[in-house]
Design a protein around this ligand. Structure first.
Ligand SMILES: *[C@@H]1O[C@H](CO)[C@@H](O)[C@H](O)[C@H]1NC(C)=O
Ligand SMILES: *[C@@H]1O[C@H](CO)[C@@H](O)[C@H](O)[C@H]1NC(C)=O
Length: 300
């Protein structure tokens, strides 16, 4: 709009005072995003000028400090051998590096013109693909306990978002939105990469991996196994107690069985149809073998 008005004013002035011109520049985009290692052309079109050999300069302004990029018809500074001037004044960077993120100023001068100078400012932001994130997944945790998984990446620009996967299945940011993860107690933070289980469950066990992603691309860390044990101390004590009890009962059972065998052998010798009985009576408890055989299995 403004340049259009300026242009029409220039046309008016020109028609008034004949062969007098003004320098007017235009760009396609003054807020440019590009992926690292891609090619970019910063445009600086000359809309109006009198001479066909104007003075053209490009400056790079980083942290407020300007330096020459194109000066005295040469590419200089840190873009030397990495950039080209495309006629009349565009700056082409065939393989952008992350250090090229800066403000760039195209300045064109034609001293005989009525308005002898114009400049445009372009912001160049280089997107950097994330590197493989560092993931920390506890290898074994106890059911019911708080557990945190972490994922971090340091190179990506803009800052990457993090996504967690269990057995290659993406975890929804909110478990309540999925039937599959509905009962899981995790809270995921896509900005920090943390995955916190308030109380981890047996069902949360699996191979976890994380992905760091931004507009330039993504990277995954290798899956790591997280096992979940329900070995609560109380449960552990109960299990040991049950084990000891069944051992005692089994031993007692075996002793009784041996006695019973000896008794029935003696009984059979004495009288085949009589109910088994021992001499002492109380040593030979019963002929019902199942009575003491099922006892240990019942406890175990
Ligand atoms: C771009 O530059 C990087 C180093 O900054 C280099 O590794 C890569 O091969 C270059 N790519 C091309 C297509 O020249
Ligand atoms: C979640 O828990 C409820 C109640 O315990 C149960 O009925 C349901 O099947 C569970 N869902 C999943 C996906 O495990």
């Amino acid at each position: 709009m403004a340049s259009g008005r300026r242009a029409s004013v220039t046309v008016l002035l020109c028609s008034l005072c004949c062969a007098t011109f003004a320098v007017i520049l235009r760009t396609i985009d003054n807020d440019v995003w590009v992926n690292e290692f891609d090619s970019i052309e910063l445009t600086c079109f000359i809309e109006s000028i009198s001479t066909n050999s104007p003075r053209i300069e490009w400056k790079k302004i980083k942290n407020g400090v300007p330096s020459y990029v194109y000066f005295q018809n040469k590419i200089s500074g840190d873009l030397e051998n990495r950039a080209l001037l495309i006629e009349p004044a565009n700056l082409l960077i065939p393989n952008v590096s992350r250090s090229d993120s800066a403000m760039y100023r195209c300045e064109v001068a034609a001293f005989d013109d009525l308005k002898p100078f114009d400049e445009i400012l372009i912001r160049l932001a280089v997107r950097v693909k994330p590197v493989v994130p560092q993931c920390s997944v506890p290898s074994s945790v106890t059911a019911g306990h708080f557990t945190e998984l972490r994922c971090k990446e340091s190179q990506g620009y803009p800052l990457p978002h993090y996504q967690w996967f269990r057995d290659n299945e993406e975890l929804p940011e909110d478990p309540k939105t999925s039937i599959r993860f509905y009962n899981s107690s995790y809270v995921m933070n896509a900005k920090t990469g943390s995955l916190k289980f308030r109380a981890v469950r047996k069902e949360d066990a699996g191979e976890y991996h994380c992905q760091a992603r931004n507009d330039a691309g993504y990277e995954n860390c290798a899956p790591q196994l997280m096992e979940v044990y329900d070995s609560d101390i109380g449960m552990l004590v109960l299990k040991i107690a049950a084990g000891v009890m069944s051992f005692i009962l089994l031993t007692a059972g075996l002793r009784l069985a041996r006695k019973h065998i000896c008794c029935s052998r003696r009984d059979r010798r004495e009288n085949d149809y009589r109910v088994p009985q021992c001499d002492s009576g109380k040593d030979c408890v019963s002929a019902d073998e199942g009575h003491f055989q099922h006892k240990p299995s019942f406890v175990v």
